[in-house]
Design a protein around this ligand. Structure first.
Ligand code: AMP
Length: 292
């Protein structure tokens, strides 16, 4: 496993692979890796000649008062896991490598960034779009792998890639869950023993939504009400949103016609969790369509 901290070194390695005609898969992460991240690496290993992961806790996507300074950092374990997964290169830049003094250029994110997370985390997707575009330039890969766990983020990156003609394929990968259904997340390690069962409220509410949808319910507000009830029954502390929206545009839709997605953001103690589930007439699992 080749661990690189410098931008120019990473770029040279990618250029060598490109000259050799190798396809390259890119997995951007913020570290504190779990089986969800590793599933992206596995997919890339299956589909590409070389796999590059990045570990960088990106300050520009955190708002004031969010968890940037306490975000879990487990670099040694992460590198070991990526090595075992057969990843070829890990780019681990220092903050000043990507944000040198005077840095002041940002990507204005697309419309799909406006609602949901965009409303509760102002500036978040500006930071995400900016760092992802930077990583695409430093590490010009054939394909980049993102989790559907962060459904709106994936939509933002797909839209940015189209809007800015970026020469990279965006691959969406299914959400990996704990055996009881809790979506794997680096932030799950903030949960206390008492928080943990309450965190399952998100998955229960999404399953309740899927069940209603299967029974033929197409009224989005009715499904949203059930999700809220389910979350409250599980004792979540507060709900930022529990919405059912169009799966593509993430705009309000009722009655639901094609595919929709149920999305939740809720707090358990001091921990803010997000999860989602696609509601489609073909399948109500969250095994999405993957790449475009
Ligand atoms: P993060 O380190 O949280 O920024 O996530 C890095 C990548 O891993 C993103 O594309 C996430 O969507 C993806 N990811 C995070 N959790 C999961 C999960 N439980 N299943 C699948 N992908 C995930």
């Amino acid at each position: 496993l080749n661990v690189i901290e410098r931008t120019e070194e990473a770029r040279s390695q990618l250029a060598r692979w490109c000259a050799d005609g190798k396809s390259v898969g890119l997995i951007p992460t913020m570290g504190a890796l779990h089986a969800g991240h590793l599933s992206l690496a596995q997919r890339s290993r299956d589909e590409c000649d070389r796999t590059v992961a990045t570990i960088f806790v990106n300050p520009t996507q955190f708002g004031p008062g969010e968890d940037f300074s306490r975000y879990p950092r487990t670099l040694d374990d992460d590198l070991q896991a990526l090595g075992e997964q057969g990843v070829d290169l890990v780019f681990v830049p220092a903050q000043r490598e990507l944000y040198p003094p005077g840095f002041s250029t940002y990507v204005e994110p697309p419309d799909v960034a406006r609602e949901l997370e965009g409303q509760y985390r102002p500036g978040h997707f500006r930071g995400v779009a900016t760092i992802v575009l930077k990583l695409f330039h430093i590490l010009p890969a054939t394909a980049a792998y993102f989790g559907q766990k962060d459904y709106q983020q994936l939509a933002v990156i797909r839209r940015m890639t189209r809007d800015l003609n970026l020469p990279i394929q965006i691959v969406g990968c299914p959400t990996v869950r704990e055996p009881d259904g809790l979506a794997m997340s680096s932030r799950n390690r903030y949960l206390s023993a008492a928080d943990r069962p309450r965190a399952l409220g998100l998955w229960s509410a999404l399953q309740a939504a899927a069940q209603l949808f299967e029974q033929g319910q197409r009224d989005a507000p009715a499904i949203e009400q059930h999700m809220i009830q389910s979350l409250l029954q599980h004792g979540v502390d507060s709900i930022d949103y529990a919405r059912v929206v169009d799966a593509e545009s993430l705009m309000a839709v009722s009655p639901i016609s094609g595919s929709a997605v149920a999305l939740i953001a809720a707090r358990i103690g001091n921990t803010r969790l997000i999860d989602n589930l696609i509601l489609s007439s073909q399948t109500t699992t969250d095994r999405g369509t993957g790449d475009e």
